[in-house]
Structure formats: structure tokens, C-alpha cells
Design a protein. Structure first.
Lengths: 204, 204, 204, 204
DNA sequence: TATGAATGAGTTTTCATTCAT
DNA sequence: AATGAATGAAAACTCATTCAT
């Protein structure tokens, strides 16, 4: 009725925000375009003005997420003040912590799960996230901190653990369990990298 | 037209087989009741004679799967001829191997993924699979083979790794990579259990 | 609400009848599936139970029409009691007459026009109608009644005239004009076939 | 963004050109206002600044076409250097020829067909084209070249043949067939006008 | 004159489920 | 036990048109 015009960039993001939230809450298949539309409070046509289909907004949401996720990890990888071990620990602790600001993107593996679009999601992990972690692992090897026979597979396993724990554990654990789980997980990572145990302290 | 009567149990299983296959292929949400019906070649009504809803057949499929999965792991856990380490290795190797007979159930984490019913699935893992593995881990501790500070969390992590690798890796890896990945993963498990490395040999 | 089950053949034809009528009245594009559904008084799903799409029911309607049209012309072509000229005249007069029973199918070039599916329609004419007329023309040549240099093209032209007049004229002419037009058209056909003029009488 | 201002007349014609092309290609109903807008590269609003509705631009396109068509035929009708038979032959040959410059308007019966606006189109034929041909026929009668009992109906039939052949034949015929068809058609027209056969030669 | 974001009613289509036989 | 025609609510998507700038 009342026509509210906004900067297209803003509108587009409003729609993606609502879509992201709903996809995570109810899953992609159980979220209708109308749900998103209602949430934003625009007309049916407005949605399709910005996105050709429901599928397209999902793509956009996943892309946007990985862009910010990769950026976050990249910043750490590029940080001169930390050595490789510190970097990994920082990433792990951040992804495991409950409070995440915008700079610490929320776990979207839920999204993947609800979205039944695993391929696309895994591709992003493989192409955008794993290579950055690999850089850190290789840095650690060069620095002489890590001693790894199969860097590729080890990196992939670390990413796997972190990614899955990141979401899985959080779903079912209370805080104490989470802390213990993280301790154990971190210990596994240390051992995988052949780091002398206790060479770094978990915070809190 | 032609009315074909079968043993109800047979019919029921035919429907579940078709449903399982289709859910794995296309996902639960993208499989329609009619798809299942068409695959089996019965009438619409027949489906609803056996299952109250599409949801119910999913439950039945998951239950049936976990029943056979748990049974398989249980047999190993109960096997007197292996020690705890051998049991774990046997389970890991079986789940990672390509050829699985009926006694070696196929990975259904795909199903979970496509089914967007993670909760139900995870619950089965937590309630049926993890406890059995836990028994093995505790057996190992008693046998003095394992040295674990947090058995619960460690077991959960092992299950997590095995479960996810089981599917994830298989999707994207060639054989050689798979073998290396398994080697690395097994090595992580050994270290998590504080087993002296090389105390057991990976087959092949 | 009240569920009325009918012989599928009957239902299917009910839907096609309504579709045919509406397509002719308002045109294909201005007829919605819901219009057809409402006209028949069934549920939305019933339509799609019988036809996969609006496009498919159009196909079915055109096919059905041409089947009956071709059958009608074929009967005449096969009639032993008439010579070639009588047959042509009979066809022309029938198609031009206002009252047509079921054996004298109504002009559907309107449909084509409204349907913007000329290709499909023309194909039916070319493949089903023209060959039958061609048979009659050739019969006439053998009988020595017709004298035609280019039978193929002449037949096509006759079909063209008859087909178009059939619908075009009817739309805008009053009865007297129609009669005169038919007289003139028939005279053109006679001349095209080099029939001595007046060798046969137009009725009424 | 960049605002390009043009002579309104130019803009208007750009829009009509695009509309005409698209209507002929895909049909009126399957051409969206946005298609036209995109083709020209203007904003949504610009279209509606020039035309109140999609319907109105169709009217404009048809009118523009018939204006040029009628003008072309009128010039021939007014030409003092040809007798009536020459004029008709010239028109027929032009409409049948493949290459047409701007002075030889393209067949728009396709348009009608795709536009499902037969009434409007036929009205233009009846009001603008048929009368001019009628003038030529009457001229021929006065000149003593034609001998026609029912000039009105005969003229209408000639127009009908020419109009339909013009498009129909062209769609499906190869060149040789087209030539033969034209020969046969012209022969029918000659006979309809009772012109002694061979009193004029077809070119090429 | 021109822009382009926004509208919203309408359309096609899907599909889990029911029910008379 | 089994059939399959029928249901209807809801979903995805389209598009002519408007309007604030």
C-alpha cells in the first residue's frame, strides 16, 4: 500500500537477512518465498525483482556467508603477530565460542544441513576455507612448530573436525561439556600436528 | 486394474526400499509420495494403507537402518576374539571400505543431509551408536590399552570423525587419497586414545 | 467437498470440452487453467491429474478435433456413390454451412488464431487434411473430370481457400453474402480444376 | 542511471520497432512489456510515458503497418502507367517476393496470428486494403479487361488468397514450390477475373 | 522526459492425503 | 488389502502497471 523505496543494496540485504534467518530456523524447504516476503514486509513482486527464484537467494546467502567467513580467517592467517599455532587456536576458539559479533560469523553448517545443498557448501569449504588453513599449517611447518607427514590430508581433517564440531557439538552440549569437548578436540589437533603438548594454553 | 496381493511385510519393505533409495538419491523433500508409489508400482492408496504419512515412512527407514547398523557394531563389540583396539580398527576400516555387504551398512549420513532431519538422525547416533563405541573404549581402558582422560568426549569425537569422514571423504576422494586420509584419521584416533603408535597395522 | 468420481474417459472429455469452448471464446492465453476447472466444477488438482499442463490440454484438444475432422472428410473421400467433383462440393458446402452436427465439426481456425500455435495447427492440416483432398483430386483426374497441371499446389490452394473461408467469411458475413461468396469460391475451384462450368449444381 | 534524452518521436518509434519485432517473433501474449523495454534499453517508466498500456502499443504498431501497406498499394492503384491487370500482378508478385525493402512491407498476418487480435487486423484489411483492390478491379471492368459478375465477393476472395498465401506459403515452401504456387494462384485470379489466360506474363 | 524500485493480483503448478469402491 | 480418481491448500512465479524522485 504505502510504497517505501530503499537503496537496492539495502533491500537486497534485508531480503537475504530474512532468508538466512528463516533457512536456519526452519530449513530451506520449509521456508516459502512468502515467508521471507512477509518477514521483510514487501510485496510478492519485490522478492522476484531482486531474485529470480528461491534457489537464487539461497546461493546469494551462502556466497555472502562464505565471503565473510573466508575474510575472517584470512585476516588471522595474515596476522604477523601470531605464529601458526596461535592462529589455529584463535580460529578454533572463536568458532567454538558462543558470542560472535559480525566479525565472527555464525555456524552455517546448520544451513547446509537444512538446505540439502551439501555439494555447494562443501565446495566453498574446499575452495575457500581449506586453502587458508593449509597456508597456516605450512607456515607452521616452515616455522618448525608443526611436524606433519601428510599436510594436505591433515589439514582437511582439521577443517573437518572444526567445521563439524562447530555446529554439531553446539546443538547438544551444555557449556561445561563444550569446554571439555573443545579441550579434547584441540588436543587431537595438537597431536595431529605433532606439537609438544601444552606448548600453548587454551583461554578461559 | 490388476490387483496384486502380497505378504504385507513384503509390501511394506518394498515401499521402504524404494523410499530409502529415493531419499538418498534426491532427498526427502524432493521425493514425493508419488515417486515412491510409482517406483513400487502400486496405487496411491496402498502407500497410505501401510504408512500414515510420508513422515512415518522416513522414520521407519531410519529406524530400520540404525537397527542393522547398531547390530553390526554390537556384534563387533561383543566379539571375544578381538581386543578393544582391534575392534575399533575393524569398525573404522569397514566403514571406510568401498564394498559393503548387507552386514556392512552403507553410509546414511547422506540421508540425514538430504533428509534435513538431523535431530532425529543425531539422536540415533547418540543413543544407539555412541554407547556401543563407548563400551569398546571403556573396555580398552580396562584392558590398559587406552589411556584417556575424558572418555565420554573422546568417544564422541571419535564417532564424529568416523561418521563424517565415512561420508564426506568418500564423496570427494579418489582411492589413494582415501587411503592416506584413513591413515591420518586412524593415527589421530590412536593418539586420542594414547595408544603407542604402530601397535596395530592398518590392513592393505 | 462432495466427491464425484467418474469414468476417467468421461472426466477427461469434460475437461477437454470446457477447454475447447473457452479457448474458442476467449483464446488460449486468456483462458486460465482455473477457468476450465471452474467450468467443469472440479478441484484444482483434478485438472493436473489428467493433464500435465495447460499446454498439454491444448494439444489434446487440437488432436481430438483433427481426428474427428479427418474422419469426416475421409468418409466422404471413401464414398463410392459420389464422383470426385461431388465429393469436393459436398465438403465445401458442409464446411460453409452454419449448422453442423457432431459429424460436421466446427471451424477451429479461430482456435488456431487465438491459440497462437499456428505451426502445430498447420501441420495437422498438411499431414491429415490435405492428403485426403489430394486423393479426391487425383481420383478426379483419373476419372477425367479434372484437368490439372500442378495437382499438389492446386490441392494446397483449394485447401487454403476452403480452410480460411470457412472461418474468415463466417465471422463477418451475413447469410446472403455468404451464399454469394461460396458461389464465387466454388467457381474458382471449378476453374482451378478446369471443370466445365455448371457441370454440377450448388444446393440452395 | 545515465539519462538519455531523445526526440520523443524517435523514442516512440524505437519502442514500436522493438515491439513489432518481438510481437512477430514471439507473439503478443508471450512478449512482456519488460521484453520491449529491455530491447530498447530504457526504464520501465519510459514505456508507460509513451504508451498507456501494452495494448496501446499494439494498436500503434498495427496502425503504422497498415498505413505503410495501404500507401504502398495506393501508389500502385494510382499509377497511370499500368492497366488494372498489370497492377494486380505487380502487387501479387511483390507480396510474394522474398526481398522487400521498406516500401514493400513484410507480411504481418503472422502478427495477427501471434497477436490473437484477428478482429482488429481483419478490420484494417476490410477497411483499408480491400477498397483499394476493389478500385483496381473496377478499373479493370471499366477497361474491359475483367469480366466479373460479383466484384465485391471476387475482390474479397482475391485479397483473402493473396493475404493468406503471402504468409502461409512462405512459411513452409522452398523457392521452387513457391514459384509454382504463385503461378497456380495467379492463374486462379486470372480465371476469377475472366481474363484471357496468358494475357500477361509472370516475371522471372 | 526519464528513471527504476515497488506493487499485488493473478497464474500455473505441486503434492500429501482422502475416500468411495 | 488394494485401487486410483479426486481433493484443496499452498507454493512458486509472472507481469502489467504505478509512483516517488
Amino acid at each position: 500500500m504505502v510504497r517505501i523505496t530503499k537503496d537496492p543494496e539495502v533491500r537486497r540485504n534485508e531480503l537475504m537477512d530474512a532468508a538466512e534467518r528463516l533457512f536456519l530456523e526452519k530449513g530451506y524447504d520449509h521456508t516459502s518465498a512468502s515467508d521471507i516476503i512477509r518477514a521483510v514486509g514487501v510485496a510478492q513482486g519485490t522478492f522476484y525483482y531482486y531474485f529470480k527464484s528461491k534457489d537464487e537467494i539461497l546461493d546469494a546467502v551462502i556466497d555472502r556467508y562464505f565471503e565473510s567467513y573466508a575474510k575472517f580467517i584470512e585476516q588471522i592467517a595474515d596476522d604477523r603477530r601470531m605464529d601458526a599455532l596461535q592462529k589455529l587456536l584463535y580460529i578454533v576458539e572463536t568458532l567454538f565460542s558462543e558470542k560472535r559479533g559480525k566479525s565472527r560469523p555464525a555456524g552455517h553448517r546448520d544451513l547446509e544441513r537444512k538446505v540439502s545443498q551439501h555439494e555447494r557448501y562443501q565446495q566453498h569449504i574446499d575452495e575457500k576455507i581449506t586453502p587458508i588453513i593449509m597456508r597456516i599449517v605450512k607456515q607452521g611447518i616452515l616455522e618448525g612448530i608443526f611436524d606433519v607427514e601428510y599436510p594436505t590430508e591433515t589439514t582437511e581433517l582439521i577443517v573437518l573436525i572444526v567445521e563439524h564440531l562447530h555446529d554439531d557439538i553446539r546443538l547438544r552440549d551444555d557449556r561445561k561439556r563444550r569446554k571439555t569437548t573443545m579441550k579434547v578436540a584441540w588436543s587431537m589437533i595438537e597431536k595431529a600436528l605433532n606439537v609438544p603438548p601444552g606448548s600453548i594454553q587454551l583461554h578461559s
